[in-house]
Design a protein around this ligand. Structure first.
Ligand code: ZN
Length: 297
């Protein structure tokens, strides 16, 4: 199945893309794709519900905005330097163990929402990534059991502000966590849709010019290894995201480095996970009367 969330930011409803590319509203079956949904056998129950209700479920117009296909998770864990070609371009050694860092969950947005250059941001960079969504709670997961803990996969652009990340001291989290820095989607493909994640082509373009073109074949640590590895240090909850690292071709690796500016358009995709597109906009102060902190459903 291909899961989507649609509607206004903070008020998204759950939906599906059917095999014949129709968008369906499934909010009469489930209120959201969140921890409770995944932990209560939501995916098999949804599949069953779909058999009975696909014909009568309300359609969602193609013009309706897509949000992140999952509700805000407990954590977004990212893997650094996990592609051989990217390690080479960054002049970094192949890590002996996966490098992990966090991204604030407030950075999550829809796949085609604007990318906002953060206040004082100067070096905003792109990173096409395969993200894994956890479906079953686990800690100390064995590698051979790891995929049983995976709900599915989703396209992610791990936006990064390189000055915040590399020159402001401390952890990379500073450069990874601004609002809009984690566009996820267009859809979550359930694990059965992609039995093999080791051969997926991935690409990213800036203003139509190809910057990243690689494959998950370049990954140093594969998906089962990463799920198992991260779970040695923290409990993974249903809905949590593990983003598995980016291939060569980021702005930081260019000579001279190139970063995004307002007006740029970033397009990206991964085989079987669709495409997304973000327009870069400058940061602007928000006046108090327009602040809305994701109103309660
Ligand atoms: Zn990354």
């Amino acid at each position: 199945m291909k899961l989507i969330r649609f509607g206004e930011p903070g008020r998204e409803n759950p939906g599906l893309i059917t095999e014949d590319a129709r968008r369906l509203d499934v909010s009469s079956f489930v209120s959201d794709y969140d921890e409770a949904f995944f932990s209560n056998d939501g995916l098999p129950r949804l599949k069953h519900w779909l058999k009975e209700n696909a014909a009568s479920a309300p359609r969602v117009a193609q013009s309706v905005r897509l949000g992140s296909p999952i509700s805000r998770p407990s954590k977004i864990v990212c893997i650094g330097v996990n592609f051989r070609d990217h390690a080479k371009e960054s002049k970094m050694e192949i890590p002996k163990e996966p490098v992990i860092f966090f991204k604030a969950t407030t950075s999550l947005v829809g796949p085609n929402d604007d990318l906002v250059i953060p206040k004082n941001g100067r070096e905003v960079d792109w990173e096409v990534e395969l993200a894994v969504v956890i479906g079953r709670k686990g800690s100390y997961i064995e590698r051979e059991d790891a995929l049983e803990h995976v709900a599915g996969y989703v396209l992610h652009n791990d936006y990064s502000e390189r000055v915040f990340q590399l020159e402001r001291g401390g952890q990379w989290v500073k450069g990874k966590s601004a609002d809009t820095f984690a566009p996820l989607g267009p859809f979550l493909a359930t694990r059965d849709e992609i039995p093999d994640t080791s051969q997926l082509g991935m690409w990213l373009k800036v203003n139509g010019v190809c910057r990243q073109r690689s494959s998950t074949r370049e990954m140093i640590f594969d998906v089962p290894t990463l799920v198992s590895y991260v779970s040695q240090f923290m409990t993974l909850l249903p809905g949590d995201v593990i983003s598995t690292g980016t291939p060569a071709g980021v702005g930081l690796g260019m000579k001279p480095p190139q970063y995004l500016k307002a007006g740029d358009v970033v397009g990206l995709g991964i085989d079987q996970l669709g495409e997304s597109r973000q327009t870069v906009v400058a940061w602007q102060p928000i006046t108090t009367d327009t602040v809305s902190s994701h109103p309660a459903r």
